[in-house]
Structures are given as C-alpha cells and as structure tokens.
Design a protein around this ligand. Structure first.
Ligand code: SF4
Ligand code: SF4
Length: 356
C-alpha cells in the first residue's frame, strides 16, 4: 500500500499558507532524500495558458524550491510544447508565457527549461512493455534529469475526464509528436446545425484541418490528428468526438506514456497534486474558469497512481458525488488510473496520512 500525505486547505487561502503547507508535505514525506548533490531535478509544472487563472502559482512553490536547492542539486522548472496553437506551442512563446505568469529566475531562483526544445524535436524513444505501445517519446531534458518532481493542478478534462499526476506525466513529458500519438483515436465531427461559422476553431487548429464553406466548419480528416483542441474551443458545442469510447484508448496510451516518463527513475520521483480551484477544463484553456467545488488541499506521494486515486476520493467526499464523472460522463477518468495500475506504475491502494 502506498502512502499519500494530505494537507487540507480552505477556500481563498493565502499564498503564504499554501506554500507552507507544500513545504510541510515535502518534509513529512521525506522527499529530500530523492535529490543528490549536483543532480539535475526536473520540476514538471503547467505554467497556465494565457488568461488562465487556475494554474499553480509561483508563490506557492518558492519555499519548496528553496528546500530542494538545499540539497546542492540543480532544479529547473519544465514543461513541453503543446499541440494546439496557443502561447505554449514553441519554446520562445512558452517561456514568455511562463514569465508572464511569474515563473522567472528572479522570483523563484531556478531557471525554466522547455524540455522538448525550440520546435519540440528534442526527444528520445523509451522502450516500455505496454498494451498499446512498446516505446514512447519522452522529452530529453526530462529524460536526462536524475530525478523528477511533478506538480499537478487537478482539473476535469474534455477528452480524458480528469487530469492530475498521470496525465501530467504522460502528456506533459511528451513532445508534440508523442502527444499526437496519444490522441490518435480522437476523431472530431462538426454538428452543422449548431455551428455558427464563427471561425474560432480554425484559429486554434494546429493542422489547418478546418475550413468554413456552405456556412459551416468542415474538418479534413486526412489532416486532422485528433488533438481535440477544436472540441474544447467551440463555444457552441458544435464539435464532438465522433467515435464513442475514444477516451479509453487515449487514457490507456496516456498511462503507458506516464510509465515511460518515470522509467529508470525508480526512487527518484515525487508528486504533488493541488486540489485548489478545480475547474471543469484544464489549464490549457485560455480563460478564467469558475471552480466546480471548494478548495480541498494538497497531496504528496511517491506513487502517481495512489495520489490520483486519493485525489479522486477526496473530490468525491467533498462534493458528495462523483463530480468529475458527472461533468464528463462519456469520458470515464477511472480508465487512466486502472490502466496505470495494471502496468505497475503504482497502486490504487493507499494510506492517507494527514499533515496539518
Ligand atoms: S468554433 Fe464552433 S461555431 Fe465556430 S466555426 Fe468552429 S465549429 Fe463552428
Ligand atoms: S480538426 Fe483535428 S487537428 Fe484540428 S483542432 Fe480539431 S482535432 Fe485538432
């Protein structure tokens, strides 16, 4: 049984309160033993798309990073470039976006490195023994780090139901080509009656796969690689995934990518999940979103499966119902947890240790 440390927080807690809770979790879990002198420590985080407000804030993690640096190692904040056309599709825009949200060396004392390089070509194949993949593509600057600390803001997700530690490992450590492979089964379809021909989906499609003619958006299926961005973008819910159950292969591929991200880092990974300002959609959405439930707290574990399972259980307890499943009934988020467990990535059985 894996241990998950949990520190509750109330709504609108100050950055000071949150950062001290994060530090207490780090100490309670004994994460400092992971980091060795002169070792590279990849601190995986999502900097938040432009206009997003739910993401993890830099002030929350400053004392944590200071504590890691006491081990005389070399931590850096990191993420990989996105499939969709936002502010994080190449390393220059991505770095500018990170700085705009306050993730600067001046504020945090550690650099930001986009792990898959300028145009997302900096990656390697990692062999795994999965059901859908025998190898996965992982960004080199994460792969080449000695240890990995994964900071995940928990959200719902339009294609996978939920995103937390497993998804952060899987999509977050993969280059754009690896993200594309994970989305291979997603097939968007336009509902012509709902489409207002506003053109917003065209702006966000990374493949120029959408055009408007005869008064409706039309998708070129040869060009589309299923990133799902148009589904998330349309304000009129005019684009849906046309094949039922595509969330299952997507989530299974995700779990296998997560396995590849931690390969050869046994005993060198740790995870924090932030159950703060939990939103229906992820931090890639370029707008402020309302939270779907009150703030719950922060979790820490060495086990990405256990921490995600505990996260879900706490969400259900807080909301009095399976709030994520209710939001995304067609995308059963439990697939990613079950598949990750079947691969040996971690355990769904956990012991919750409260840290005040
Ligand atoms: S964003 Fe939606 S409404 Fe606008 S063109 Fe695309 S499908 Fe149609
Ligand atoms: S049409 Fe395909 S490639 Fe373009 S945004 Fe939609 S899912 Fe992504």
């Amino acid at each position: 049984m894996s241990k998950v440390w949990f520190s509750p927080i109330g709504d609108n807690s100050s950055p000071d309160v949150i950062s001290q809770k994060v530090l207490k979790l780090y100490n309670a879990a004994g994460f400092e033993k992971i980091f060795g002198k002169n070792e590279f420590v990849a601190v995986k985080i999502h900097f938040g798309e432009k206009n997003n407000t739910g993401h993890i804030k830099p002030q929350w993690i400053k004392p944590l990073l200071d504590a890691v640096k006491e081990k005389e190692c070399k931590p850096f904040l990191t993420d990989t470039n996105t499939l969709y056309r936002g502010e994080r599709q190449n390393s220059i825009d991505h770095l500018m976006q990170a700085y705009a949200h306050g993730f600067s060396i001046e504020n945090l004392g550690v650099p930001v490195i986009i792990a898959d390089g300028l145009l997302s070509k900096n990656h390697s194949e990692v062999s795994i023994d999965g059901k859908r993949h025998k190898s996965v593509k992982i960004a080199n600057d994460i792969l080449h780090s000695h240890s990995l600390m994964v900071l995940s803001h928990v959200t719902g997700h339009i294609l996978t139901g939920m995103g937390a530690a497993i998804k952060n490992l899987a999509m977050g450590c993969a280059p754009r080509s690896g993200k594309q492979v994970q989305h291979a089964d997603v097939k968007p379809k336009v509902n012509e009656e709902k489409c207002r021909a506003c053109g917003l989906c065209i702006k966000w499609c990374p493949r120029d796969a959408i055009q408007i003619y005869d008064g409706t958006a039309r998708i070129d299926v040869e060009k589309c690689y299923g990133c799902g961005e148009c589904i998330a973008t349309c304000r009129y819910h005019a684009i849906k995934n046309s094949f039922k159950n595509t969330s299952v292969p997507l989530q299974e591929r995700m779990a296998e990518y997560a396995l590849g991200a931690v390969k050869d880092k046994e005993g060198k990974c740790c995870f924090f999940n932030f159950l703060t300002h939990v939103t229906k959609e992820c931090d890639c959405v370029d707008k402020a979103q309302d939270k779907i439930t009150g703030d719950i707290g922060i979790l820490a574990s060495y086990d990405p499966v256990a921490i995600d399972k505990a996260t879900v259980d706490l969400l259900i307890e807080k909301a009095g119902k399976d709030i994520i499943k209710d939001l995304w009934p067609e995308n059963d988020y439990r697939v990613q947890i079950r598949h990750a467990e079947s691969l040996g990535l971690g355990s769904g059985n956990y012991d919750l240790v409260k840290v005040k």
